[in-house]
Design a protein around this ligand. Structure first.
Ligand SMILES: [Cu+2]
Length: 181
């Protein structure tokens, strides 16, 4: 009577393994909305400071307390924003005070239509790019934290294989003595 019970355990263990592998391989980043474009565009050089910055995404952004944050600063770190960002469907608009020059950095964070926050940054220039900023690109770049986060599900999958493999080995080893009586 012990053989059918072991088979059931084996199937259960393999089911858990399959579930963990599926969970590990499904990349949550695929479901996120993407930033499709900005106005001004990344790297643009304008004659005058814009009155607002508009970000356009691939999905309708979720509103909420502090959900949308757009930080706009000049090379000296001065805050250039005028009031709160305004959400309109797939667009987020941040009004500016309109009196800046040099390189202007924009760091944004919004809540994707799937409920997860996404963020990024870009820069443009008014008049002439400020030399300290244009000569020192950020080391690592914005892709580094995302790449590290993607590794976690892979290690969960590898851990699951090791654990389930050990369980299956124990079950198969135990099966032999009971089979002989
Ligand atoms: Cu998501």
């Amino acid at each position: 009577m012990s053989s059918p019970r072991i088979s059931t355990r084996l199937i259960a263990a393999l089911g858990v393994l399959a579930g963990l592998l599926l969970a590990g391989s499904a990349s949550p980043a695929l479901a996120h909305d993407e930033l499709l474009g900005t106005d001004p565009a990344e790297g643009a050089v304008l004659d005058e400071a814009p009155e607002a910055i508009t970000l356009t995404f691939s999905g309708v952004l979720l509103d909420g307390d502090g959900a949308t944050e757009i930080v706009v600063t000049d090379a000296a770190g001065t805050d250039l924003t005028a009031g709160e960002p305004v959400l309109d469907g797939v667009r987020a608009t941040q009004p500016l005070d309109g009196a800046a020059s040099g390189t202007i950095e924009v760091a944004w964070r919004v809540v994707s239509s799937d409920g997860h926050p996404i963020s990024g940054e870009f820069s443009f220039a008014v008049g002439e790019a400020s030399s300290p900023t244009s000569e020192s690109p950020a080391p690592g770049g914005p892709a580094s934290p995302g790449a590290g986060g993607e590794l976690l599900p892979v290690w969960i999958g590898v851990g699951a294989i090791v654990v389930v493999g050990a369980v299956v080995t124990v079950l198969l080893t135990r099966r032999r003595p009971s089979h002989e009586d």
